[in-house]
Every structure is written in structure tokens, then in C-alpha cells.
Write a protein that binds this ligand. Structure first.
Ligand code: AMP
Length: 368
């Protein structure tokens, strides 16, 4: 392990960043870390994942394997993660040995949709109306209170629309409860939105906060398909979204990145949907259109370095390459203004994020 630079608390080049999770977010973070002279030691249960392919060292073990976690902690200077569902016991075990950034509070808030929405509202930030529902009877009462349409979600471990059921005027509630598939749910009022946006905000070890501009996200089959940067919203809405991001990052005492997914309601109101204390798919455009990408910014924050300039030198449209879409890579490579990023996954399964392409446009020129 390299020595810490005592005055700045920054990790000196040559230090090792421990990364929990071995997917594409870990891969792109590890590449950014390498550019800053750091080594990344990834810890994940899967062999030959996207991150492992580009990391200096990998531990392949279960997140519950305390002997492996102890060796990992001994081998790294700081711990971070590329997914928010790090088991609580794992985060606490590591936090007793090394700094974990962002800290356990960010994980606690982001892992449970009820805790998350309570936290967001406690910061004076609006969400859709919601009720905690832990039985079919409670679901019935909540639907009576919030009305239809509504959305039933599992409180934990839901992503890309998994564990989610729309409650339409004719939906049978017992069936919806079974489909949701968890003993703990949240019922949310359905937001009639103009568009979905997100802001990714970085907060440094010294409390400096730098939000990227709000971007628009379009989904297909519940999976992010396209991000357009910047979002076509009013100046006032953009600054409100950035203000929300700043407030939430400060309230979490975050060191690292926080992605905030929001709805722009037809009324013009901005409502927060979800938080992720890590790099986010809707920030991939920054790799080619900003002076400092979200991945470099993430590593800077976690390593205790000053944050970088986020100056945007182009508009961008990021398109995820999902499943078979990845086979279009030769055509993308031949396209001027397109930047291809592939994740090294062997099998192009349906719904699997295989890579993405960033298409760049002059400032103010992103197609809508
Ligand atoms: P989530 O897993 O919470 O990010 O939800 C996935 C997607 O479902 C969102 O990006 C929205 O498109 C849609 N969605 C989720 N919650 C709501 C809601 N309360 N009202 C309307 N649409 C929603």
C-alpha cells in the first residue's frame, strides 16, 4: 500500500482503490483510475466480469466471505462500490478497516425505496405520493388512498423495472401483489410526466459539490435506452434539479457520486424518483462530451483529490447497446462523431447492457 499524503488526505498515485462489484461501471471507473495512476482491486463474485478484465487485481469471492473481505481490506487504501446493493454487513465489515466512500449512510438510504423517499422528503424535496404496503390488505387501503393508476414496487433490489407492477383501473390487486414478488412493497402515485431527467452530482472530501447538467432519459422495456445531454427543460427547472442534487449530496455527507433520477411532471414540478450513490448509466455521455467524465470525477472524489472541471464541449446523445444491438459495432466505428464503448461481455443476452455509443453534436445541436 502506498502512503497517504497526510496534508491533503489525497491518495498518492500508486495507491490502490478497492471496488466492490465487477460490472461495466467498475470497468469504466477502473480505466479512469488507471489514468490517474491508481491501481484498482475489484471484489466480486463472478469470474471474468467487465471490471476484472481491466483491473490490476481481483478477488473473486462472495460478499459474505469475511476472510476474503479482510484480505481485500488489507490490500487497498480506500473502498468504494459500483452498485448500491452491497450487503449491509459487508459495508460495515469493511468500514471498520478502511474508509468506505460513499459511506454506509448513502447505502442505507439508497437500498430501500421507503427509507429513500422518507429521506428525500425530509430534505424538503418532493417525490410522488407513496405508502408502505406489507400485505395485500395494505395494498388495497393504499390504492384507495392514492387512487389509480399507481405503481407497486418491491422496496428492495428492484432495477430496470423488475419487481414493479402498474396498477391500472382494471388491475386485480391480489394478482399485482403476487407479481411484485416481495413481502415489502411501496405503492406510488402514478406521475404524469413530460420527461424523465437525471442529475449526477459529485461531492469531494472537502465538501465541494459539482453537479453535471440535467439530462433527459428515455427508456425502452424499463431499461434506459437513450440519454440526451443537456435536457430540453427551462433554465429554472435545470437550476432547480441541480439545487436538489446539491441538497441531497450535502444531506448524505456524500463523498463520491450521487445520481438522482427525477420526473418533470406535466405541471412543471420536479419530483425525485430514485437515488444511486455511484456512477450511473445516464452519465456515460460525459466520457466524450465533458472535460472530466463521471468516472474520473468519481475516482477523484473517492481518492480525496480536488474535483475536475465539468465543462461541456459538445451536446451528446448516449445510446445503450442492449443485447443484439451490440452487433452494430462495425457500423458505429465507421460513423464520424460516434464514440463506441464496449464492456467485454461474452454473451449478448436479451436485455443485457453490452456497451454504449456517444454521438456528439455542436453545443445546442443535439437532435430531439
Ligand atoms: P424505477 O425502477 O423506480 O426507476 O422505475 C423505472 C421506470 O418506471 C421509471 O424510469 C419510470 O419510467 C417508470 N416509473 C416508475 N415510478 C413511476 C411513477 N411513480 N409514476 C410514473 N412512472 C413511474
Amino acid at each position: 500500500m502506498a502512503e497517504h499524503a497526510a496534508q491533503t488526505r489525497a491518495l498518492v498515485p500508486g495507491s490502490t482503490i478497492g471496488m466492490l462489484g465487477g460490472g461495466q461501471l467498475g470497468r469504466m471507473s477502473a480505466l479512469a483510475a488507471a489514468n490517474l495512476g491508481y491501481r484498482v482491486h475489484v471484489f466480486c463474485p463472478e469470474q471474468d466480469g467487465p471490471a476484472q478484465q481491466v483491473c490490476a487485481t481481483a478477488t473473486v469471492a462472495a460478499y459474505e466471505d469475511e476472510a476474503a473481505l479482510a484480505r481485500f481490506a488489507d490490500a487497498v487504501d480506500v473502498v468504494t462500490y459500483e452498485f448500491e446493493n452491497v450487503p449491509d454487513a459487508t459495508a460495515r465489515f469493511l468500514a471498520a478497516r478502511r474508509p468506505v466512500r460513499p459511506g454506509p449512510e448513502a447505502l442505507r438510504v439508497a437500498q430501500d425505496r421507503i427509507v429513500e423517499k422518507d429521506f428525500i422528503n425530509s430534505c424538503g424535496v418532493a417525490t410522488a405520493p407513496y405508502r408502505c404496503v406489507d400485505s395485500p390488505a395494505e395494498l388495497e387501503a393504499a390504492v384507495a388512498a392514492l387512487g389509480r393508476p399507481a405503481v407497486l414496487k418491491s422496496t428492495r433490489l428492484g432495477y430496470d423495472g423488475k419487481g414493479q407492477v402498474k396498477i391500472a383501473p382494471d388491475t386485480d390487486l391480489d394478482k399485482a401483489w403476487r407479481l411484485m414478488g416481495s413481502a415489502h412493497g411501496i405503492l406510488e402515485g402514478f406521475v404524469d410526466f413530460d420527461c424523465e431527467i437525471s442529475v449526477i452530482v459529485a461531492r469531494g472530501i472537502d465538501g465541494e459539490i459539482v453537479p453535471y447538467p440535467a439530462v433527459e432519459n428515455r427508456h425502452a422495456n424499463h431499461i434506459l435506452d437513450t440519454t440526451i445531454a443537456p435536457a430540453a427543460i427551462s433554465r429554472a427547472q435545470a437550476s432547480e434539479a441541480e439545487g436538489i442534487a446539491r441538497a441531497l449530496a450535502r444531506a448524505l455527507d456524500l463523498v463520491g457520486l450521487l445520481a438522482i433520477e427525477m420526473f418533470v411532471a406535466r405541471s412543471g414540478a420536479i419530483l425525485v424518483n430514485e437515488l444511486a450513490p455511484r456512477p450511473h448509466n445516464s452519465g456515460h455521455w460525459t466520457m466524450d462530451a465533458c472535460r472530466t467524465s463521471q468516472f474520473e470525477q468519481f475516482i477523484r472524489a473517492v481518492a480525496g483529490l480536488p474535483l475536475g472541471s465539468i465543462e461541456r464541449h459538445a451536446d451528446a446523445v448516449m445510446k445503450n447497446l442492449i443485447g443484439d444491438e451490440v452487433h452494430s459495432w462495425p457500423a458505429i466505428l465507421a460513423e464520424p462523431g460516434a464514440k463506441l464503448h464496449l464492456y467485454g461481455k461474452a454473451e449478448a443476452r436479451r436485455g443485457r447492457k453490452m456497451g454504449h455509443v456517444n454521438r456528439l453534436y455542436p453545443l445546442g445541436g443535439a437532435p430531439r
